[in-house]
Design a protein. Sequence first.
Length: 135
Amino acid sequence: MKKSSVIGIIIIAIAIAMIIVIYTDSSTYSTFTEAKEKQSELYVVGVLNKEKDLLYNPTVDANHFSFYMYDNDSTECRVVFRGAKPQDIERSEQIVLTGKMIGEEFHASKILMKCPSKYNQDEVEVTEAAAIQAI
């Protein structure tokens, strides 16, 4: 066999191995229970517990924000985020966290929010009515 053929086969084998690793390692949404078991960085999706306080005091520590969230299994967990409080988190419909469990708390490295649509039909009608009255 030629050296170029052997090198080509090795490159193809490495590419296939990388594809397999990427697909087996790609995360899907997990729950807090799975995060406790795996102790690795995961994506957890859920909703904010609006009955409990959001703890953020920028005068004491501007990079500490904590709140409580329910995952898709309705398991509640305290979430700690080392960053500023995201704007309008109270209005979010759904929250996706990237992070891992440390003890009984989920430490988030990223927070993504799904906010209510600003293009709801009711809101558009109210806006149009207000604009007509202003004219």
